[in-house]
Write a protein that binds this ligand. Sequence first.
Ligand SMILES: [Zn+2]
Ligand SMILES: [Zn+2]
Length: 70
Amino acid sequence: MSEEILEFCDDCGKEFNVNDLSEDGVHFLCKDCFIPLCKQCENPLDKNTDFCSHDCYKKYWAEIIGDEYK
Ligand SMILES: [Zn+2]
Ligand SMILES: [Zn+2]
């Protein structure tokens, strides 16, 4: 079953198949408009990764794991 659900990108306003859009919890954004942010420092990322640097990766997990042991 390949039902096409179309949604508008909240940035450029063009219509896309919902499978091609990224949702950040509030907005639908197409591949051209969606900019991933570093989960630690919220710097924009140009690659499809979660962190801008290995430092941010380490800090992010140190905070999560640190909280669990408090
Ligand atoms: Zn767009
Ligand atoms: Zn970062």
